[in-house]
Design a protein around this ligand. Sequence first.
Ligand code: GDP
Length: 301
Amino acid sequence: FSKIKEGLAKTRDAFMGKVESIISFGRKIDEEFYEELEEALIMADVGVNTVMEIMDELRSEVKKRKLTQAEELRPVLQEKLAELMGTEQEGLKMAPDGQLTVILFVGVNGVGKTTTIGKLAHRFKSEGKKVILAAGDTFRAGAIEQLEVWGERAGVDVIKQSAGSDPAAVIYDGLAAARARKADVLLCDTAGRLQNKSNLMDELNKVYRVIKREVPDAPHEVLLVLDATTGQNALQQAKLFGASAGVTGIVLTKLDGTAKGGIVIAIRKELELPVKFVGLGEKMDDLQPFAPQEFVSALFT
Ligand code: GDP
């Protein structure tokens, strides 16, 4: 919990700092108060639709409970956010013990995809699982080498071909190696260039089909990696990928470096995709399973 709290420090300062100053002692609830609170939530990247919904609910609670003082709204706001985030913490879907779990990572360049794969490899390895990485981003210069660096750090094998080769062929090799070496988990990197979207989506589809053909119940997860510092842009990316790549969950990176952590709320609400992990730094250990209620508590304490 303290790690989440630490990672959310900037978001908490920006988000709760502003909200706190509005929900201050002695202030009356009036139209001006509502407007300021609404603006503070929007500035924290909670997302306009979600903010509208929260504001509506706050107004009706104020009526119902006959509240008049701004500070009485603090616990109500926390309650509403907690409700919105839901209680369940969604772990990764895994193959039954003894069978191969295949996880596909998608997302645009620079969001932290390679780093996340490295961190997750480390996490699985420390649970005693045998992990293999497949270097499916054959497009971006340096992507293969970067994955190899993470492979070395985490102490796991990386399957690769030369730059520019067919990503589906690399993933095929990865699947073959994973089976031959009796691996538990295969983590597949993919390209993230956005300049020609349809090509990228075709490429991802081909990778997806190869995995499906080889291992019928795979991929077990398609994780879309999003960069929290990009705020509302991250939502746009999610809509783009979600539609065509069969995304099953989100990894939200760089929460440590941003005041835009409110984006977690927008993702939960507007995408209906679970946030499975959050990135809280650049090191191997800086990946945490996402627990919605911890997130809300961390914002308010
Ligand atoms: P990719 O292009 O999506 O594979 O992105 P990379 O994995 O290369 O990451 C891009 C940059 O973001 C690197 O400098 C990483 O160290 C950094 N990064 C990734 N995840 C996090 C995170 O959770 N927190 C912080 N502060 N930096 C991160």
